[in-house]
Design a protein around this ligand. Structure first.
Ligand code: NDP
Length: 445
């Protein structure tokens, strides 16, 4: 893949890139089927991705007619990288095996390695015979919604497609690598004013938060609505704060340190709760919750904004869900896309039905939503949240840092890009948007 890296650095044309041979194998971060039992008996928090994530060559899969190869310049860690690397809640090989049974082309995914990664920026180097809108040389970012466009269920909201999958998590050949195999309908233009790593870190979290806050499929935010955002300087939380502010809403951000509180203020989020300082104990013990603690959170919110929140951006799951349902205003929405602290959820249903609240599930985003979220990045209206950057060889360290909640925003990974700061094609627009805004989260790295 170095020939591609050199050619891209030298400004090679699409035609020149198309003439460079695709190697038979390429460097990727992957887990191994033979190691899925390696953490048996180990507490979740002590499972170490440095032990399970390997960086070495895997064989290059054949290209299907509706796919492209992308030379990956940079990628990013997502929380699904953590899940795959600690084999929780299940090893991802089950996803690959199920996909492998679907068709002849799908069979390529069922391997004894799982090359993971659900974000990337890079350059298209080959297109399949059925690809119309993209060509070698195109500079792209990749969204992770992998859908079968021959299924009728994919043609209203493709997230409802009966075999919808997350690329690089439920499929093989993901973005934490020098080469990625993606469907043409996962491609989006790279924001020209961002570096490779700034461009690579957004698509998964940015699109998820766009759907949750903005889209009619979930939040459908209106002006002046207040939204409680858990993990407000985390991956999805940091984009959610931006969407609420852009949409004329009022974010109430929850974080766990004064540094993160300060970062939220710099983002323009006026109302901040430090959950560590407040010391909420929503669970008295493993089986019982404490409603007086829910009330205390509600009181703190009212103390800040003078009323209840219209929505809660919910993803911690078991530890917070009961409180989230309680503090939502009458008729409000609890938007849920995850359960980091546990997926067996408990809440008091009386507070839901008597006050006509709704729990709305959300998962990634369809192509139209991902494209809209990417367009806002291209226009400088949403900023990347890159806080740290690691080389691909240190993907285990990077994943461990996210697993331990030591990072803010997004963690980038350099793949073929030899150093940070490359790939900026429109420095004038970058200046217009503002270096301080684009790099705000780097101060935390
Ligand atoms: P990050 O680790 O970047 O951020 C999560 C934030 O949540 C942390 O910054 C932390 O903030 C907060 N947090 C963690 N544990 C708790 C807790 N017990 N109570 C309250 N807050 C907590 O992760 P992401 O934002 O990228 O992802 C969050 C979750 O969403 C993950 O489970 C991920 O798998 C899921 N996800 C789902 C998607 C989907 O499409 N369904 C897409 C993207 C992510 P602090 O400590 O400062 O409060």
């Amino acid at each position: 893949m170095h020939a591609f890296a050199d050619a891209i650095a030298a400004g090679a044309s699409g035609e020149e890139l198309a003439n460079i041979p695709i190697p038979e194998s390429y460097r990727s971060a992957h887990v191994l089927r033979s190691e899925t039992g390696m953490f048996e008996g180990v507490e979740s928090a002590d499972k170490d991705p440095r032990k399970s994530l390997h960086v070495s060559d895997v064989p290059t899969p054949e290209l299907a007619p509706d796919e492209v190869y992308v030379a990956v310049m940079a990628s990013a860690i997502n929380f699904n990288t953590v899940w795959t690397s600690i084999f929780e809640p299940l090893p991802t090989f089950g996803f690959l095996d199920r996909l492998g049974r679907e068709s002849e082309w799908s069979a390529r995914h069922a391997q004894d390695f799982h090359a993971l990664g659900s974000d990337a920026s890079g350059v298209v180097v080959r297109v399949g015979s059925a690809v119309r809108k993209w060509k070698p040389g195109d500079r792209v970012t990749i969204h992770c919604n992998s859908v079968d466009d021959q299924s009728p269920t994919s043609h209203d909201d493709s997230m409802l497609g009966d075999n919808q999958r997350i690329w690089g998590f439920e499929t093989n050949y993901g973005g934490l690598a020098d080469l990625a195999l993606v469907k043409a309908n996962q491609l989006m233009p790279k924001p020209k004013h961002l570096s490779w790593e700034e461009a690579a870190c957004n698509a998964l979290c940015n699109s998820t938060s766009y759907r949750m806050i903005v889209s009619k499929h979930a939040g459908d935010l209106k002006q002046d609505q207040a939204v409680l955002i858990w993990g407000a300087t985390g991956g999805i939380g940091g984009y959610a704060v931006q969407y609420v502010l852009n949409g004329g809403g009022i974010p109430v951000g929850v974080v766990s340190s004064p540094e993160r509180a300060e970062l939220l203020h710099k983002m323009g989020c006026e109302h901040v709760i430090n959950r560590k300082e407040a010391g909420y104990q929503f669970w008295k013990d493993e089986f019982h919750q404490d409603e007086s603690e829910w009330r205390r959170l509600g009181k703190d919110i009212r103390g800040l904004i003078g009323r209840d929140v219209d929505m809660v951006f919910e993803h911690p799951g078991r530890q917070t869900f009961g409180a989230s349902v309680f503090v939502t205003a009458r008729g409000g929405k609890i938007l849920t896309c995850a359960a980091t602290s546990g997926y067996m959820i408990e809440y008091d249903n009386r507070h839901l039905w008597m006050k006509l609240k709704s729990i709305i599930s959300s998962h990634f985003a369809n192509y139209k939503e991902a494209w809209a979220a990417n367009q806002l990045l291209c226009e400088g209206k949403i900023q990347p949240l890159l806080s740290r950057v690691y080389p691909l060889d240190e993907v285990g360290e990077a994943t461990l840092a996210v697993h331990r909640n030591e990072t803010e925003g997004k963690v980038g990974i350099l793949c073929l890009a030899p150093e940070e700061g490359l790939g900026i094609d429109d420095p004038a627009f970058r200046e217009e948007v503002g270096e301080d805004k684009i790099t705000l989260f780097r101060s935390m790295g």
